[in-house]
Design a protein around this ligand. Structure first.
Ligand code: NAD
Length: 420
């Protein structure tokens, strides 16, 4: 579809065609399954601090409505386009279905570098985005959450804007908000915590000893940093490479992850970090390691570097880090590299967002150990289902994971029928 023309959407489409062929889907249902139900584009004017007015472009895509409300984060990033948002919404659909959540996928975004905005400007943009979305979202329609470039504070402004419009507090319109206004314990750490759990499960299958292993992590934001801290301090792994959008570092005897985390909290990025050796962003991905964790943007594992990866486990914490061409190479390397595909690997975030939504609707809150216990149970079921199906059918983990998700969405659509 031309309106979604974008490399990320081309990836999501190509991945779907692979699954549709594998499942032998009827041509009558292919387009109905693939194309987003709704796409909203908005212009967002805000006052800048210098007195000028700047307009930003914002989007929301709701992929399918067959199983409940749609659910998905909002990304503030200069690379955001309607097509990228549509791809992310599509992946969310398969992820929610794979993990058994009663949601269709959604995603939103604003084409902006949030670092270029003052706090007041960021608040104005967040509130304006939410205000423009009010006719299209709601706790039973479309539930918003965080993604790259947005955080708990942005979610609080979204929730406040929606609640002021309604005239009463509506915490369940967003997830990933502060605990003080109805957020859940364990949401901020949920995605990284899930990534660590799944890496441990893969290591268990492969009979690897975590405390004798090394890991390299691309992207040191929410997901990457929580993953690094978990692998280093819970599992005793050496983290030999880290990077963000500004710098990349290597240290064969292990980087002090607490120091890196503190440095980022104080300086806003890894630029200028001195406790490891600088390395090029490209070389980081091909460092020898046991676990490689892309935790930043789409399309970083390509046909150019897939053959050179020197990891035993590829844990896709980011959404869409591996292109379909790279996937074909990785499948040939099936015995060398154990792939934990994105829709499984980073599902911890939406699972705990679901817990937050459920708690908000019921006004009944759980403690952190209940949240973690329920999170790991769902991840365990999904991990077992994906690895079993891949083993039995001799298919890549991504095909197995997506096939389970696509089949469940298809079953829901079939059960509901086609109106009119
Ligand atoms: P974030 O904004 O907290 O951090 C992103 C990090 O990636 C930053 O350190 C940034 O500098 C870095 N980065 C950006 N471009 C880069 C590049 N080209 N090379 C190296 N590093 C780069 O975002 P996040 O919430 O940690 O999200 C990271 C990824 O995880 C995204 O793909 C997101 O869609 C996915 N994800 C996040 C969640 C969640 O709960 N936050 C849930 C599921 C999936």
């Amino acid at each position: 579809m031309d309106i979604y023309a974008d490399p990320a959407y081309a990836m999501a489409t190509e991945q779907f065609q692979v699954i549709a062929d594998y499942l032998n889907l009827d041509s009558n249902v292919r387009e109905r399954m693939l194309y987003p139900k709704r796409a909203i584009a908005v212009t967002l004017p805000i006052h800048r601090d210098d007195g000028s007015i700047h307009t930003y472009q914002g989007y929301r895509v709701q992929h399918h409505l067959a199983m409940g409300p749609t659910k998905g984060g909002v990304r503030f990033h200069p690379g955001v386009s309607l097509g990228e948002v549509a791809a992310l919404a599509t992946w969310m659909s398969w992820k929610c279905a794979l993990t058994g959540l009663p949601y269709g996928g959604a995603k939103g975004g604003v084409t902006v570098n949030p670092r270029d905005l003052s706090l007041r400007e960021l608040e104005a943009l967040s509130r304006r985005y939410m205000q423009e979305m009010i006719p299209f979202v709601g706790p039973h329609t479309d539930v918003i959450g965080p993604d790259m470039g947005t955080n708990e504070q942005v979610m609080a402004w979204f929730m406040d804007t929606y609640s002021v419009y309604k005239g009463y507090a509506v915490p369940e319109i967003v997830t990933g908000k502060p605990v003080s206004i109805g957020g859940t314990t364990g949401r901020r750490e949920a995605t990284g915590r899930g990534v660590v759990y799944l890496i441990e499960r893969a290591m268990n299958v492969l009979k690897m000893q975590p405390d004798q292993c090394t890991a390299v992590i691309q992207g040191f934001g929410n997901v990457g940093a929580v993953t690094a801290l978990g692998l280093a301090y819970k599992d005793g792994m050496k983290i030999t490479g880290i990077s963000d959008a500004f710098a990349a570092f290597h240290r064969a005897d292990g980087i002090d992850i607490t120091a890196a985390d503190k440095y980022v909290n104080e300086h806003g990025s890894l630029a200028g970090f001195t406790e490891a050796d600088p390395i090029s962003a490209d070389n980081l991905l091909t460092l020898p390691c046991d676990v490689l964790v892309p935790a930043a943007v789409e399309g970083v594992i390509t046909e150019k570097n897939a053959g050179q990866l020197r990891c035993r486990i590829l844990a896709e914490a980011a959404n869409g880090p591996t292109t379909p061409a790279a996937d074909r190479i990785l499948f040939e390397r099936w015995n060398d590299i154990f792939v934990i595909p994105d829709i499984l690997c980073n599902a911890g975030g939406v699972i705990v967002s679901y817990f937050e939504w459920v708690q908000g609707l019921q006004q009944f809150f759980w403690n952190e150990s209940e949240v973690i216990d329920k999170l790991f149970r769902i991840l365990e079921q999904a991990f077992t289902a994906v690895t079993k199906r891949a083993r039995d059918a001799k298919i890549p983990h991504r095909v197995a994971a997506m096939a389970i998700g696509v089949e469940r969405v298809l079953a829901a659509k079939k059960a509901r029928g086609l109106f009119p």
